[in-house]
Design a protein around this ligand. Structure first.
Ligand SMILES: Nc1ncnc2c1ncn2[C@@H]1O[C@H](COP(=O)(O)OP(=O)(O)OP(=O)(O)O)[C@@H](O)[C@H]1O
Length: 284
């Protein structure tokens, strides 16, 4: 399932890439049917249509975490494993799984890798596989989704511009009011681009790692970014973790959330997040 809109490396070269995938798969003795998505949500429909037609050895998401989400949600609780060719902007789940990041090497991995079973999770009705969250990350996710250009450079620019005016909000977490810069619900440990918000998160422990970043002085942002990219967030006095099977959050106004980097403005003020243990087979 190729999302031609993912990352910055697809676009015009999508046709060449599709031919390459088909050729390499054929040389390895497989038959690959490569399909290009037409817009948001299309990958899920395509997988749901394709699953009953043949005993597929796997369904491969070609794109970033949004594409992985759309493909994987159709594979939850099925025996068909998910493969990933990580050509998105951040590729958080692929990086957590230690997958190669080039087309050639990740395709080899899809064709020859081993299959394991991981947890997935849900935020209200939204399934997610890497992380979901509220606060600054969701705010940046929304601004990023409005940009014409994707990729890491755009993400950094958007996050920097959003940082200074951003005001932490108060969240009622399991009944207890808590001011926070961000709340992350981590199945996987990183947002993408090696931004490890919950480096200890384990994809198959049956638990979510809830990461709360308490309000901090604006000038601390540089130090926090350093900790984020060096897997040392747990060392910060502003950061705390909780391992949970489920958690609920209430807000005064319906919040903006993200699931796997996709922003959504909720219509309700109640957010329920829960792990769905051992629910997705993955090739890694
Ligand atoms: N044909 C299409 N045209 C436009 N958008 C699409 C199309 N197919 C899928 N999408 C949407 O593109 C968005 C971005 O996809 P994706 O998350 O895979 O890439 P990314 O944001 O560049 O990478 P990452 O999430 O790893 O940072 C998703 O919201 C998805 O629904």
């Amino acid at each position: 399932m190729v999302n031609p809109h993912s990352g910055t490396r697809l676009g015009r070269s999508a046709a060449d890439m599709i031919r390459y995938i088909e050729d390499v798969a054929q040389q390895a003795g497989h038959h690959a049917r490569v399909v290009t998505t037409q817009g948001p949500g299309h990958a899920t429909e395509l997988v749901q249509e394709a699953l009953p037609t043949e005993p597929w050895a796997g369904v491969v998401a070609v794109g970033g975490d949004g594409t992985v989400n759309e493909v994987a949600r159709a594979l939850v609780h099925t025996p068909t494993p998910l493969g990933i060719l990580p050509l998105g902007s951040g590729n958080g789940l692929a990086r957590h799984l230690g997958l190669p990041l080039t087309l050639k090497a990740s395709l080899q991995r899809v064709l020859a890798g081993s299959v394991s079973t991981i947890d997935s999770a849900r935020l209200n009705e939204y399934p997610f596989f890497g992380l979901a969250g509220m606060g600054f990350d969701a705010h940046v996710g929304q601004l990023f989704s409005q940009q014409a250009q994707r990729g890491l450079a755009t993400y950094v620019k958007v996050a920097m511009e959003a940082y200074w005016p951003y005001q932490p909000q108060t969240y009622v977490v399991n009944g207890k009011p808590q001011p926070a810069f961000s709340l992350s619900f981590a199945n996987a440990g990183q947002f993408g681009n090696n931004a490890w918000v919950a480096p200890q998160a384990d994809l198959s422990d049956g638990l979510l790692d809830v990461c709360t970043v308490a309000p901090f002085p604006k000038l601390y942002g540089t130090a926090l970014s350093y900790l984020l990219f060096t897997r040392q967030m747990p060392l910060s006095t502003y950061v705390s973790y909780q391992k949970v099977q489920e958690i609920w959050v209430e807000t005064e106004q319906p919040p903006l959330i993200h699931y796997d980097g996709e922003p959504v403005q909720l219509a309700t003020t109640r957010v329920d997040v829960r792990i769905v243990p051992q629910s997705l087979r993955v090739i890694s």
